[in-house]
Structure formats: C-alpha cells, structure tokens
Design a protein around this ligand. Structure first.
Ligand SMILES: NC(=O)c1ccc[n+]([C@@H]2O[C@H](COP(=O)([O-])OP(=O)(O)OC[C@H]3O[C@@H](n4cnc5c(N)ncnc54)[C@H](O)[C@@H]3O)[C@@H](O)[C@H]2O)c1
Length: 344
C-alpha cells in the first residue's frame, strides 16, 4: 500500500486530496496545526468516512521539525499544502507569512533531503509568482479585463515577479522546491495554482472568494468588491486539481524537477462582477455588495496556460464552472448548519 503525507491536510484542498487518495486505498497521514477555521469540520468528515487508513497529527511545519523528519521517512509521497494563504494577512503580518510559507517549506524539504525514504514532493505554489504581469498589459472591457495583444494564457516562460509578501514567500518556496530536485536529485514537482474552488472551501473575505461570495449570500452577509470587480480569474475545480496531483505521481519520472501552471484555463474564466451576476441571474442568489480600494498584490487578470502539464501527463480539467459551482453550492447547503457558527 502507498503512503502519503499531506501537510495542511484538513484545509480545503487537503481534505479533498485526502478523501480522494484514501478512497483509492492509500494510507494518508495528515499534519496540520488547525490554524484555519473550519478544519475541525473537515477532520470530522474524514474520520467518519475513513475509520482506518487515516492518521491526523496536530503539528506545525514551522516549529515541529522532528515530527516532519519522522513522517517524511514513513511515506512515498508528500503533498505540501500547509501555508499562510491570504495575501491580505501577508501584508499585515509578513513575518508569520514568511515563517510559514518559506521557512515551513524549507523545513519540509530538509526533512525529505535527510530521509532515507526520499518521498516525492508535490508543492502547491501559486500564480502570484508572476506578479502584476506588467509586461503583458491589460485591456479594460465593460465587465472584465482581458490580456492586451490577444494573449490567451500565461505559460511558465513568463518572468517571475513576486508581488506581496505572500507572492515572495511562496515564490521563494517554489524556487527552493525546484532547486532541491536539481541539487539533491529529489523528486519534486511545483504546481503554480490559479484560483481553486469546490466543496469544503470555507472562504472568507480575505481568501477563497468564490466560496465566500456564495456563503455571504446564504448567510445574508454583505460583500465588498476590492477594485472595480473586473478582475478575471481562471477557476479550477478542486477535483481537477487532485487529479493533477495524481497525474504527477503517476508520471513522476516525466514531471520531476519541473514547474507547471495549473488553472482552469481560458475556458473557465470569470470576473468578479460576472460571477455575482451569475449568482443572481442563474442561481437566484442575489448578494448585497459595495466597492472598496484595490488590494495590494491583486492581479487584474490571471489565466493559466495549462498546455505544458497537459502534454506531459495527458491531464485536462473535467469540470466547467457551471458544474463546479453547482457542486460547491450543494455542499454549502448540505453543511449550512455546521458553518452557521462562524458565518452568521
Ligand atoms: N485555494 C486556492 O485557490 C489556492 C491557490 C493557489 C495556491 N494555493 C495553495 O494551496 C495550498 C492549500 O490551500 P487551501 O486553499 O487548501 O488553504 P487552507 O487554508 O484551507 O489550508 C491550509 C491548511 O494549512 C494549515 N496550516 C497553516 N499553517 C500551518 C502550519 N504552520 N503548520 C501546519 N499546518 C498549517 C491550516 O490549518 C489549513 O488546514 C496552500 O499552500 C496555498 O498557498 C491555494
């Protein structure tokens, strides 16, 4: 049986990944410090569904090096998701953002380097490493931005340009993960993820906007749009991301040492105001919103070109936004009573 360590495994992406790999017969060890609100809900979900095969360790990637050392020696794959995830928080508290994202990832790498097991490492990086894409330029339409010059998506050839402490800390980690493969011959893959959404996403104003807008509607909370709402994101449904993690494992000899962009791509883009209109017109979920100033590090548009990963592994996204958003809504409605505590 194969074994996986998922750091940050009771967070949004982690719980979906754990669910998938446990259902496929993997043994999964989760390491999480439970700092994210809602992690207990995800823990209960996994423990109820999987009475065996799952171990959850409460520990911190910044301070618990011996725990990391021990666990990394017991597994075949490490999926490193634990992170400080909000750009806004990184601006108000850059040191703890650095500690978690840069130092925490370094600690995971060192645990793997020193291990005899030498597990494969998959690292959840971010499209924020490309910064504001100033070299491309944007056109402003009535309801959305588009790339100037007809560019459809950003490839891995784009210049790195870390914006915001979050961009810097994740970007540093991204480069360390890549270099540890070159230097120490470890099997590592970096996925520069766009906006991910889906069930178990307990979005808040600072992070996870797709879920947050829907949750705000369900709990009658007002939404603030920072900027003019024309910002465009490519949305990737979480099951497609987990399928990409699996594709990395299955094709590790091809993808090891490489960096890939990973998003919904040009076929799955929405601007914030388009999404609010979709909620109102298609799902009859009107939400009260007002506008605030542009937030630091907020890209006017990001759309991933996934073709490098598609060519390397045969993977492609299977969920369009209509289907994915319907699934997220169903999960939010089914779990509304559990979420009540911290949203109402
Ligand atoms: N969700 C997205 O749209 C998105 C996009 C790009 C990249 N990412 C990256 O994907 C990863 C997972 O994101 P998510 O959306 O599931 O976030 P999340 O906040 O739901 O999950 C992160 C988990 O890490 C845990 N954690 C935080 N600090 C920790 C620490 N010091 N030690 C141990 N555990 C810690 C939290 O308790 C949480 O369970 C992150 O690395 C994030 O940067 C996410």
């Amino acid at each position: 049986m194969s074994k996986m360590l998922i750091t940050g495994g009771v967070g949004f992406i982690g719980v979906n990944a754990a669910d998938h790999f446990l259902s496929k017969g993997w043994e999964v060890i989760i390491l999480d410090n439970f700092s994210r609100k809602g992690t207990e809900i995800n823990q209960a979900f996994l423990e109820n569904k999987y009475p065996s095969g799952l171990t959850i360790v409460k520990a911190d990637v910044i301070t618990d090096q011996p725990v990391l050392d021990d666990l990394c020696n017991k597994v075949d794959v490490v999926l490193h998701l634990a992170a400080q995830v909000a750009v806004t928080t990184s601006v108000t508290d850059p040191r703890s953002d650095f500690d978690c994202n840069a130092q925490g990832t370094f600690n995971v790498l060192e645990a793997i380097r020193k291990s005899s097991a030498k597990p494969t490492l998959i690292f959840a990086s971010t499209n924020k490493v490309y910064g504001g894409l100033e070299s491309v330029g944007v056109d402003e339409g009535e309801r959305r931005y588009s790339f100037a010059g007809g560019l459809k998506g950003v490839t891995e050839e784009m210049l790195l340009d870390f914006h915001s402490p979050y961009g810097c800390s994740k970007g540093a980690a991204d480069q360390y993960v890549r270099d540890y493969s070159r230097l120490y011959d470890l099997k590592t893959v970096v996925l520069r993820q766009s906006c991910i959404y889906g069930p178990h996403q307990m979005g808040i104003e600072d992070q996870g906007w797709v879920a947050w807008f829907m949750i705000a509607t369900l709990f009658n909370r007002p939404v603030t749009i920072y900027g003019n709402g024309k910002q465009v994101r490519d949305l990737l449904y979480v099951d497609d991301l987990v399928a990409a993690y699996e594709a990395c494992i299955e094709n590790i000899d091809t993808v090891s040492g490489q960096v890939f962009n990973m998003g919904g791509g040009a076929d799955n883009t929405l601007s914030l105001i388009e999404f609010l209109d979709f909620l109102k017109d298609d799902l009859q979920m009107g939400v009260e919103y007002s506008f605030g100033g542009v937030r630091p590090g907020d890209q006017p548009i990001f759309v991933s070109d996934n073709s490098k990963f598609m060519k390397a592994t045969g993977w492609s996204p299977q969920f369009d936004t209509t289907k994915g958003i319907a699934n997220l809504l169903e999960w939010l409605k089914e779990n509304k009573d559990k979420l009540e505590g911290f949203y109402s």
